[in-house]
Design a protein around this ligand. Structure first.
Ligand code: PMP
Length: 401
């Protein structure tokens, strides 16, 4: 039996009106009141800049900003808050690693290993840096049921591979990577491994030490926090050796026209005034999901996925993509109906899903389709939302007969 009882947190989300099934959390999560309150308090009561002010308000804000960094470190099992770099989001985190670590390490003939199911943000930055370095990109295929094929990866890896970059959870298929095995395989040939944790961090407990990865990135807005704030975690010794990628205020030790020296990490990678309030909002979001418990969130979303897959698979013209045990995300196609039409008709029934290529065009190509319809779950969803989705899809099949 699947336990799809709600987590009873819907009332915390003022932007979700009664009767609206919001099933697009993989794109971005709705915000709970504690996050909204933290943002309002930061701008409305305690606001000042960080790191520079000599007055008390700024010193307090600096403490709050650094406390957010410490909270992130504890949340993902990082050894030290100094290993947490605040960035705009996963996209910027990956670009930072590409422009700093990869650009200074890759030479002609080196190889980077990605997978077929990567989000464009975990493809394009590597293409850009590989092109400049004369490095090559290899692509790990998927298993029949839509997982990154780690047996294939084991066979593909060579000592020429310097970096493996993989999604911890696929934003299209919900497939969960055996990240520890992937890390062991990468390290076996001396490669580093970056995990794109965008879809993992909101729906399962993540411990970067246990995963033994080298870089981990995620976006705050998918974790019920604000947009414009995200996290790059990297092993301390890697960050220490990485050159800065953006120059400006705050990232320096000493500046003169003769010679500029740089601050130690994480400051070295945070040029300019940071997204102070974003960090505070992210802190509140981490507190929020931690009180519910990531294990409970994972079990809840897994139950909703099981209910959805079970009901959807009974619709003849519908095909569900991805593995049975996908995490919080269900992609599907309805024969003869464009995913955008599915999305539009569902919207009339107050069900919000995503339709499109989900920034994963190579995956669409591998599946032999242009786009999918995708339902993704969050803490506020319930069995009633799944049932609304299924009823809506039944209507779609009637309309398209
Ligand atoms: N990777 C994955 C797996 C994602 O789902 C997303 C967001 N759709 C990203 C990367 C990029 O995140 P952002 O746009 O917040 O930088």
């Amino acid at each position: 039996t699947i336990d799809t009882r709600p987590l009873d947190v819907l009332a915390d989300f003022p932007a979700i009106p009664e009767g609206w099934a919001y099933l697009d959390t993989a794109a971005t999560a709705q915000k709970p009141k504690p996050v909204l309150d933290a943002i309002a308090r930061a701008y409305g009561e305690t606001y000042a800049t960080v790191h520079r002010g000599v007055y008390q308000r700024s010193a307090d804000m600096t403490l709050a900003y650094e406390a957010a960094r410490k909270r992130v470190a504890d949340f993902i099992g990082a050894g030290s808050a100094d290993e947490i770099v605040f960035v705009r989001g996963a996209t910027e985190g990956i670009n930072l690693v590409a422009q700093s670590w990869a650009a200074s390490h890759l030479k002609a003939g080196d190889r980077i290993l990605l997978s077929t199911l990567e989000h464009h943000s975990n493809i394009v930055p590597w293409q850009m840096v590989a092109e400049r370095a004369g490095a090559e990109i290899d692509v790990v295929p998927l298993t029949e049921d839509g997982r990154i094929d780690l047996d294939a990866m084991a066979a593909m890896l060579t000592p020429k591979h310097r970096l493996v970059a993989l999604a911890h959870v696929s934003n299209v298929l919900g497939s969960v990577l055996d990240a520890r095995r992937a890390a062991d395989l990468a390290h076996g040939v001396g490669a580093k491994i970056l995990l794109d944790g965008c879809q993992a961090v909101p729906r399962m407990a993540v411990d970067v030490a246990a995963l033994d990865c080298d870089f981990y990135v995620f976006s705050g807005h998918k974790l019920y926090g604000p947009t414009g704030i995200g996290v790059l975690w990297a092993r301390g010794e890697l960050l220490d050796a990485m050159p800065p990628w953006q120059g400006g205020g705050s990232m320096i030790d000493k500046v003169s026209f003769a010679r500029t020296t740089y601050a130690p990490p994480p400051g070295r990678f945070e040029a300019g005034t940071p997204h102070i309030v974003g960090a505070l909002g992210l802190h509140a979001a981490i507190d929020y999901v931690s009180v519910i418990g990531l294990d409970r969130i994972h079990a809840h979303e897994t139950a909703l996925v099981a209910r959805a897959r079970e009901a959807l698979s009974r619709i003849n013209s519908l095909h569900v993509h991805g593995p049975e045990d996908s995490a919080g995300i269900v992609s599907f196609s309805v024969q003869g109906v464009h995913p955008h039409d599915i999305g539009t008709i569902l919207d009339e029934s107050r069900v919000a899903i995503r339709a499109g290529h989900h920034c994963a065009q190579p995956l669409m190509a591998a599946l032999g389709i242009e786009a999918t319809a995708r339902a993704s779950f969050g803490v506020y969803n319930s069995a009633a939302d799944v049932d609304a989705l299924v009823t809506g899809i039944e209507r779609v099949t009637r309309i398209f007969g």
